[in-house]
Design a protein around this ligand. Structure first.
Ligand code: ASP
Length: 475
């Protein structure tokens, strides 16, 4: 006869917990399982519980009163014997569909209120702000769990692939100094140096270049990049990049490595997908603009086929363009080298609009999924870039003096790339928004609805930081 274990009492029959998907290996044996109640069905005196854990679902059966009060999403632990289901009860849709566990002991580990929304099904129809507020519940959803697991598989693949190719993963600081990537910096006030601020990295660009000077010829990082951008499309204030940098390479070497990585990744992890053209076609910026009127052309020949992947490269971008104040600014990355034939123009600051950069962007089905370049490794050339975009000598020294100093101590020619993992994953998983592949995304106006961030800080903290907040006057 089954008995309910009282609160606080562990089921102490010496049985170790078995994860749900493994229960099939224990036919005829007693097991202990734990998890969330996915559903409860009552058929007269018999109660069926679908128990969910990280590995999947297993059916528990109970013929006594002990499971009577159990409700969905309660966390329970049960001990029982694994037996074959009668043939007409077999559920081919789940891994454990041939067996069930007859509950002998049951313990409620935690009760649950009715959830604010259903976690069955895709959840696209639910108000997204609500999903974000209760993200930990939304992540219980099968689709979201799959997305997180896929994310981990992709990252793991990248790590293995690059480490096998002699890359080493190095973390770079989050509290740092401004590095221009064309967006606004998030800043953090320093308590110990009042009035001074760190910038959060828009990318590890300068660190990865400095690592080349340090002799780490092949660096990579799964890096968080923080950019204080105005809400635009499907952007996030923080996103994850596969960031890498290599020494003694040319444009073609970085492009080949990136291409190999994507080809192998798709073949291994998403074999149902077909890459339209290998090697990836290359277009100049000029051609892309003329023919497709965009620098991220969608070359896909069959738009009805979501499994067709049309990768391409866009190269030969202009280095500089005029901003809305009619001043020169960089189009991609100020640390890039110009194409060798334009080095003279750069150094002489002549024919600025014709200078082409070594930048290469990788595009997939019309979305930019990465970009990189060969870098300027001579201080004179780097200085020329900053002068063209209007920095005074003193600004250059203040902002980039460390790079110019480092460049005096033996710099290998180097280049790299960064690929946005969120967008790529969303595309592999058929998700329209990158928010669906990020565990804890923010709203379009950069709020974390679950944590309620950003939020005010105490007077005490402000005082310590020597910061005064000017409140908007209510008129
Ligand atoms: N730092 C660049 C970016 O984040 C990528 C690169 O040039 O490696 O866009």
């Amino acid at each position: 006869m089954a008995k309910t274990i009282k609160k606080g009492e562990r089921i102490s029959n010496g049985v170790e917990r078995v994860i749900n998907s493994d229960t099939i290996k224990y036919l005829g044996k007693q097991v202990k399982v734990s998890g969330w109640v996915d559903s409860v069905r009552s058929h007269g005196k018999i109660i069926f519980i679908d128990l969910r854990d990280m590995s999947g679902i297993v059916q528990l059966v109970n013929t006594s009163d002990i499971a009577k009060e159990i409700r969905p999403e309660w966390v329970i632990e049960a001990v029982g014997k694994v037996s074959k289901r009668p043939p007409n009860m077999v559920n081919p849709k789940i891994e454990t569909g041939k067996i069930e566990i007859s509950i002998e002991n049951l313990k409620v580990l935690s009760k649950a209120k009715t959830l604010p929304f259903s976690i069955n099904g895709g959840g696209y129809e639910i108000n997204e702000e609500k999903r974000m507020k209760y993200r930990y519940l939304d992540l219980r959803r099968k689709r979201m769990k799959r997305n997180m697991i896929e994310r981990q598989r992709v990252i793991q693949f990248i790590r293995d692939f690059l480490q096998k190719d002699s890359f080493i993963e190095i973390e770079t600081p989050i509290l740092t100094k401004s590095t221009p990537e064309g967006a606004r910096d998030f800043v953090v006030p320093s308590r110990m140096q009042p009035g001074k601020f760190y910038a959060l990295p828009q990318s590890p660009q300068q660190y990865k270049q400095l690592l080349q000077i340090a002799g780490f010829e092949r660096y990579f990082q799964i890096a968080h990049c923080l950019r204080d951008e105005d809400p635009r499309g499907d952007r996030q204030p923080e996103h994850t990049q596969l960031d890498l940098e290599m020494s003694f390479v040319e444009q073609k070497d970085v492009m080949r490595l990136t291409e190999d990585l994507f080809i192998n990744l798709v073949k291994k992890l998403y074999p149902e997908k077909k890459i339209q053209e290998i090697p990836f076609p290359r277009l100049t910026y000029e051609k892309a603009m003329k023919k497709y009127n965009t620098d991220r052309p969608d070359l896909c020949k069959n738009k009805n086929n979501p499994d067709l992947l049309a990768f391409c490269w866009v190269i030969d971008f202009p280095f500089f363009e005029k901003d809305d104040k009619n001043k020169w600014t960089f189009t991609h990355n100020p640390f890039s080298a110009p194409k060798p034939e334009f080095m003279n123009s750069l150094l002489k600051k002549k024919n600025i609009k014709n200078i082409l950069t070594t930048q290469y962007d990788i595009v997939l089905n019309g979305s930019e999924i990465g970009g990189g370049s060969i870098r300027n490794h001579e201080s004179k050339a780097l200085e020329a870039v900053f002068e063209i975009i209007g920095y005074k000598k003193k600004d250059i020294k203040d902002k980039f003096g460390h790079m110019l100093t480092a460049f005096q101590y033996g710099v290998p020619p180097h280049g790299g790339i960064a690929c946005g993992l969120d967008r790529f994953l969303a595309m592999m998983l058929g998700e329209k928004s990158i928010r669906e592949v990020i565990a804890f995304p923010k709203t379009g106006d950069s709020r974390d609805l679950m944590m309620d961030a950003p939020s005010e800080i105490s007077e005490e903290q402000l005082k310590e930081l020597k910061i005064k907040v000017i409140k908007k006057s209510k008129k």
